[in-house]
Design a protein around this ligand. Structure first.
Ligand code: GLA
Length: 392
């Protein structure tokens, strides 16, 4: 749906008034490599997608905030003074959590608003639909209330909304990628210091294909928290050997080999080995992409998946089958799960001549082996959050 149609839908829903209708957009994200690294203080390499969440917003003459979505069923009205008073367990907790954090950070919400969200990211697919709702809300409200519009601060504020208000203990990667993406560039983010740089993502004749397993990520919250605890446990043990260590991802593979035996427990060894090696793979990926060595980048993607499956143990049958079938297509350079795991999406780098074959053959084999229908999106890398001005 284009912006004009969305604006029309907005006025059909909320009626006409003289205040200006403003339009903002934040993308979803795909993580290219560096999985389960953000909360371990290392490097990740996500990229913003070309589709995301559009927010149409207009101020009201009273103190009511109206929430409506074109793709999510719950609707609500709250008063400005009631922001944050009651959690609903619905999607509106994301924008309300952001409002709570905006107020805590010193910008008042001084008036009521009509909000209409239009999401194009499949929910629960691990492509950060929630981060995109949070970031677009923060960016729009800070703009309209005259607050400081800083995309790094917006990422942190949105992460706090998710951690504290919604109650999901996620790292910084998703919100950061959604807020700071740049067209045709991946983001190399150092999650401890939040230093980042845009790395040109030039793939020539190769395309990114996102494969949605359509397996709902059932176990994800409890397993995610369990992985985080295991990493904290490893860190505490390794700190006894190396007091200067503040995050697991700081360890080089060589340092890790020397310290590994101190961990004792096999599970902790597997989790830590993944973190240390995955972090090294991110840096190797940036080298490979910078020198145009897509073959090497593809191999690193494959190694990342295998490690998430065997060491970090956050894959699942559906993801493994889709990756396995993807790798059978001759034009596939690499294929891996992306995001938290236990369902959600894969990402593959595939020669453009093989894209149709990929979609057909991987789709058919996936259906036959799992009984589920996969969805495939051939996608480019888009921009981070912004106001749509000319386009609107
Ligand atoms: C989810 C979390 C991120 C990150 C990834 C795994 O997407 O929201 O913070 O930890 O999982 O890499």
């Amino acid at each position: 749906m284009n912006v004009q149609q969305l604006k029309q839908q907005f006025t059909e829903k909320y009626g006409e008034n003289s205040a200006e209708i403003r339009v903002f957009n934040a993308p979803g994200r795909v993580n290219l490599i560096g999985e389960h690294i953000d909360y371990n203080g290392g490097y990740v390499l996500p990229a913003a997608l070309e589709f995301g969440t559009t927010l149409i917003i207009r101020e009201r003459q009273d103190d009511e905030i109206h929430f409506y979505s074109t793709n999510l069923s719950h609707e609500a009205v709250i008063k400005v003074e009631d922001i944050g008073k009651e959690k609903s367990g619905e999607w509106i907790d994301y924008p309300i959590g952001v409002m709570v954090e905006i107020i805590k950070a010193g910008t008042s919400i001084t008036k009521g608003y009509d909000l209409m969200f239009h999401g194009e990211i499949p929910n629960g697919a691990g492509l950060s639909s929630s981060a995109s709702i949070e970031v677009v809300t923060a960016y729009a409200l800070l703009t309209l209330e005259g607050g400081k519009v800083d995309t790094v601060e917006i990422s942190l504020l949105s992460q706090r909304a998710e951690n504290q208000y919604v109650g999901v203990n996620s790292g910084i990667m998703d919100q950061f990628a959604v807020a700071n993406g740049a067209e045709d560039h991946a983001i190399l983010l150092m999650c401890d210091t939040l230093e980042y740089k845009h790395v040109p993502f030039r793939t020539g004749d190769y395309k990114l294909i996102i494969g949605n397993t359509n397996k709902r990520r059932g176990l994800v919250d409890s397993a995610y928290n369990e992985r985080r605890q295991q990493c904290d446990q490893s860190l505490a043990i390794l700190k006894e050997q190396l007091p200067s260590l503040s995050y697991l991802a700081e360890l080089t593979p060589a340092q890790y080999s020397e310290l590994e035996s101190a961990l004792g427990d096999d599970i902790l060894k597997k989790r830590t080995k993944h973190v240390v090696e995955e972090n090294a793979r991110v840096l190797a990926s940036v080298d490979a992409l910078s020198s145009g060595d897509l073959q090497a980048f593809g191999e690193l993607m494959n190694a990342s998946h295998d490690s998430l499956r065997d060491l970090y143990e956050v894959s699942c049958e559906e993801l493994d089958v889709m990756v396995e079938e993807a790798r059978k297509i001759p034009g596939t350079l690499g294929s891996r799960m992306t995001g938290a795991g236990f369902g959600g999406c894969t990402v593959s780098l595939v020669h453009e001549n093989d894209v149709d074959r990929f979609v057909q053959e991987v789709g058919a084999a996936y259906k036959e082996r799992t009984g589920l229908t996969g969805d495939f999106y051939v996608c480019g890398v888009g921009d981070g959050v912004k106001e749509l001005k000319g386009e609107a």
